[in-house]
Design a protein around this ligand. Sequence first.
Ligand code: SAM
Length: 262
Amino acid sequence: MTTAVTSTRSVLAQRFKQRLKPLIPAWVLKFHRDRVIRREGSMYEGKPLGEVFTHVYKTGAWGVAEDQSGFYSGSSSHDPKIVEPYVKAVTEYLSALPERPTVVDLGCGDFNVGKRIRSVCGRYMACDVVDAAIQSNRTRFSHLDVDFRCVDITTDPLPPGDIVFLRQVLDHLDNVRIATVLSKLGPYKILILTEYLPLGSSFTPNLDKAIGSHLRLFGEQPSGLVLTAPPFNMKVLSARILCEVPDSGGVIRTIAYELPGR
Ligand SMILES: C[S@@+](CC[C@H](N)C(=O)[O-])C[C@H]1O[C@@H](n2cnc3c(N)ncnc32)[C@H](O)[C@@H]1O
């Protein structure tokens, strides 16, 4: 009972904040983000990732669903200004392939984005570490013929497929866990990666951070993930930028990497 009341209160508070956000001065937002980063760092240390991201959803750290699903993967998974260019670019890319690929969506979240590209894919496996989100997706998207699985991509085996999607997932992990995930991508032919980056090219990529809801973009020194740069040095045959959308003082870039395979 107490937990339900607390979580309803925090959801209402989050909804209030979401509405106020455009009116809040940048320095107040930065002060708040710095506090969240520090708090999450100590709160989540040593916890299983399922527990961490269940807490992120429960507390509405990425915002609150307008529907009753209880899961909201963030404004960049819902804002049409961000989602539509992504869906258009990825749809064009996948439609140009000789046949519909088998895809594996790692960290599928509330599936608001995945559902929009489902029709241009062959078999679709969608994984997330939050069991309740996967169960909710199974019910809400039962008509889409998607194989939803509860998987921790850092510790569990990954399903086989042609194309792997990682959309705004790795930035929520620390560098050790990211390296572990990258070491498991060998069987896929193509990685479609979407992450926030600071504007311009003068930033230091891949600065480490603690796991949690926040992004490298908002760290003390703004950073973002460039997987082909140190310390990851991911080997690729080619890289093609599919789309770039400015947001939150940075850019959300989607790149298709052709992987060398094992
Ligand atoms: C910001 S959301 C993005 C969701 C979706 N990819 C999208 O673009 O709408 C990040 C998602 O990654 C999931 N995630 C984080 N770490 C994970 C892990 N180790 N294994 C599987 N999913 C993970 C979280 O639970 C969350 O649903």
